[in-house]
Design a protein around this ligand. Structure first.
Ligand code: ZN
Length: 217
């Protein structure tokens, strides 16, 4: 009786171990590298075309932290000139009311659930995050398999790499709830610290990948 108990325990522990090893080591939906795969030489800068495209994201720039604003503008510019992709920022700063309205979507209101964050729980609420989408043939494209620039790498992955090279944390890296359109800069502050009133300095910056340095003013 005692031995069967030990055996059962050992078997259970073994199976739980296998299960955990499998779930924890399973790769995320997309493999990931930190440095962007493109080089500065690939970028054909056309500041006039870039400016036209940046203009379409103008609303999302309002009330962002100055550095988040600058780097998200670079993101839109370089997505176009280096990756041949038009992206549009669909969201930036969100007030408490706007965040709660978004949280209600798919819960107390119709629609799809798009966020797990209530007012104060998202970096958007502090002007530290932006959301983007790929624009193809004048339509928003959220298809993770899209490869409009024929690089043999999903466009969303290339854009995530670009965002990270510019110092953003990319929501596409999040294991439990990947948020592919989301880019944020926390400047070392947790949501808890932000909620309790701490703010990054207006002059705070985030690191830039070496390959990006010639491309960002
Ligand atoms: Zn977001």
């Amino acid at each position: 009786m005692k031995w069967t108990g030990v055996l059962t325990f050992a078997m259970t522990a073994f199976l739980v171990g296998i299960f955990l090893a499998y779930t924890l080591s399973r790769p995320g939906p997309m493999p990931w590298v930190d440095e962007p795969t493109f080089e500065a030489g690939m970028c054909e800068r056309n500041s006039r075309s870039e400016a036209v495209i940046v203009e379409r994201s103008e609303k999302a720039f309002a009330k962002l932290h100055p550095h988040v604003r600058e780097r998200s503008e670079s993101f839109v510019r370089l997505a176009y000139s280096c990756l041949g992709l038009e992206v549009r920022l669909t969201s930036g700063y969100r007030s408490a009311d706007e965040q709660n309205a978004l949280y209600a979507q798919g819960r107390s209101k119709p629609g799809q659930v798009v966020t797990n964050a209530k007012a104060g729980e998202s970096y958007h609420n502090y002007g530290l995050a932006v959301d983007f989408v790929i624009i193809h043939n004048n339509r928003a494209d959220y298809d993770l398999e899209s490869d409009h620039n024929r690089s043999d790498e999903p466009d969303w992955q290339e854009l995530g790499e670009l965002g990270k090279a510019l110092g953003f944390e990319w929501g596409g890296d999040w294991r439990s709830f990947p948020d592919y359109p989301h880019l944020q800069m926390d400047f070392g502050l947790s949501i808890r610290q932000l909620a309790s009133g701490k703010r990054p300095d207006d002059k705070a910056t985030m690191p830039l990948a070496d390959v990006m340095k010639p491309l960002v003013d």
